[in-house]
Design a protein around this ligand. Sequence first.
Ligand code: PYC
Length: 316
Amino acid sequence: MSSSRLRVIDSHTEGEPTRVVIEGGPSLGTGTVAEMARRLREEHDWLRSAVCNEPRGHEAMVGALLVEPHEPGCCCGVIFFNNVSTLNMCIHGTIGLAVTLAHLGRIGPGEHRIDTPVGVVVAHLHTDGSVTVANVPSYRLATEVPVEVPGWGTVRGDISWGGNWFFLIEGQGPAVEFANLEALTAFTWSVRQSLEAQGITGANGMEIDHIESFGPPSDPKLADSRNFVLCPGKAYDRSPCGTGTSAKLASLHAAGKLKPGEIWRQASILDTVFEGSVEELPDGKVLPRVKGCAWVNGESVYFFDPSDPFRHGIPA
Ligand code: PYC
C-alpha cells in the first residue's frame, strides 16, 4: 500500500544522482538489511518506481531508503534502488547519503558505519565535505573470460565483485569517449545479454548486472583510466561508479598491478574522478576505499493522488 506523502533529498555524486527518502517510507519489519531489501522488492516496489521512474525520476536516478540497521554500531541502514530493482550496494549513493545526513545535521565529520544488504560499509566524512567509503571485501573471481558477442566476436573480461558483480573490459568495443555514449550503451548491453545467454555469472550464480569498459584517460594528469559503466536498467553511470572502481581495484591488485595503499584515479565518462586504494585482507580479498564528492541540490515532498495514473511512476 502506498504512502500519502514522501519527503526526499536529492544530491549528485560526481554527476550521478542520489535521492534519499527521509520520511514516509514503508515499514520493512525487522531482520537484516538484505531481508528488508527483499521485502521492499516483493511488497513495496511502488516506492522504488515512484522515486526513480518518470515523471519524478529518470533512468539514471538511484534511490536510497533509510532503514533500521541490523549490525551493531551503525548510524543507519540503507537500501539502494534504481529504475528496475534494488541494488546490492552503491558507493556514489553512500557518498550522497553521507552528505545528505550531514546536510540534515544527523552526522558530522568522522567515520560512520552504514549497514547495507551486502555488509557494513564505513563512510568517512572529511572536514572539506569529501567522503571516503571503505567498501565490502572485494575480489577478482575470474580473468580473461571469453564471451561471444554478436557483431563483436569474442570479448574477454574479468569478473570481479566490488559490492555488485562487474564484467570488466579493456581496449575492446567503441572507444571510451563521451561522443560514443550510444555505441558504448549498445556494446555493453550486448555483452550483458551475451553473458546471461551463455550462463556466465558471478559467484553462486549471481547475475553480472554491471558492465564496465575502460580506456585511457583524457589527460594522464586527471586520472589513470576512464570508464563507461552500464547499470542494470541500461543507464550509464555519470560518476566513475564506486562499486565498479572497487571491482577494478580488486582486478588490478589480483594482476599484481596495484600495491596496497597505492592510489588509482578512476575517471568517469564525464571526466569526474574517484580516488581508490586497497588494503589486503587475510583471506586474499581486498578492502577497497573510494573517495569522491557529492552536492545536495534539492528537496521535495511527493504526493500520491489516487486519480493520478502515474503516481507510482511509469515502469522502465
Ligand atoms: O557508485 O557504486 C556505485 C554505483 C552503482 C550503481 C550506480 N553507481
